[in-house]
Design a protein around this ligand. Structure first.
Ligand code: GUN
Length: 284
């Protein structure tokens, strides 16, 4: 039996601390504000944005939502980002991905000022992460690192295998783990002999979006297993990328879905908004 890493509880503690910090800022006349841009009608994105708005409300961060039509042009999107960049009352800007195919998301992320880039997707912030400099770290990887910290999991010298090479999760995770002195392997859809890589992992992090893809036979005994997936199984039940029921018997630590990585992502976004507020407004 493994220790279940309780992301829900940890995220709640983080949000409670952030609420106090937010009140302190307000006492000094500073009102943290996040602007979120949502383009089109992607249902999961609408739910994610709603959850972000709820978290802002709970902490006391002002939330401004920009809902754009799916047929918007690139120029209109960039114009909005530039307007938000110039608005001194806005501390953080988040462009929810995915966006419709006719739009260039890389250009859009590049246009968000690095100081307001609370997602850590601007190439300047990605570069700073690579160089292990203070920056905004992408919220899911950041949340996972906070979980390791909270459960006293030291990455030094550990074999970490990451499955999934997305710009949002897999790639920034490589740097986060490397910065903590882990030996990192990254696997993806073209990886051969995946099981060889997963079996040698002291820490296995899975972010591929395939329900119950990681089975017990793919995991080393006493491994630490972090599940980033959010899927629905054949019965419509929320599941991760890991076959939790069976892997849990073999792992030393494991994150559940729901209640694992998901709540941490939002908590770290809130953290980044307050960090952006402080960077811009406080000189002490
Ligand atoms: N889409 C899925 N996850 C994320 C995220 O963390 N940030 C943004 N902007 N879009 C996402």
């Amino acid at each position: 039996m493994s220790v279940i890493i309780d992301g829900k509880k940890l995220a709640k503690e983080i949000r409670e601390n952030l609420k106090i910090k937010c009140e302190e800022l307000k006492e000094r006349g500073i009102e943290p504000k996040l602007a979120v841009i949502l383009v089109g009608n992607d249902k999961p994105s609408q739910i994610y944005v709603k959850n972000k708005s709820k978290a802002c409300e709970e902490i006391g961060i002002k939330f401004e939502e920009y809902l754009l039509d799916e047929n918007i042009t690139q120029k209109e999107l960039i114009n909005l980002i530039e307007k938000l960049n110039k608005d001194n009352t806005i501390h953080g800007i988040l462009l929810q991905s995915p966006i419709p195919e006719q739009l260039d998301i890389n250009e859009a992320f590049r246009k968000i000022l690095p100081e307001k880039d609370v997602d850590g997707f601007n190439p300047v912030n990605v570069g700073k992460l690579v160089l292990n400099q203070d920056t905004f770290v992408s919220c899911t990887p950041y949340g996972i690192m906070k979980m390791f910290e909270a459960y006293n999991i030291d990455l030094t010298g550990k074999n970490v295998t990451i499955i999934g090479r997305s710009n949002i999760v897999g790639k920034p995770l490589i740097q986060c783990c490397l910065n903590k002195n882990a030996t990192v392997t990254i696997c993806h859809s073209k990886t051969k002999e995946l099981k060889e890589h997963t079996k040698k992992a002291d820490i296995l992090i899975v972010a591929i979006g395939k329900s119950k893809f990681i089975t017990e036979d793919m995991v080393k005994k006493d491994a630490i297993v972090i599940d980033v997936g959010i899927n629905r199984d054949e019965n419509g039940k929320l599941t991760g990328d890991v076959d939790f029921e069976n892997v849990e018997k073999k792992a030393s630590f494991i994150t559940p879905v729901p209640g694992g990585v998901g709540p941490m992502t939002i908590a770290m976004l809130m953290n980044n908004v307050l960090k952006a507020t402080k960077n811009l407004e406080i000189n002490d």
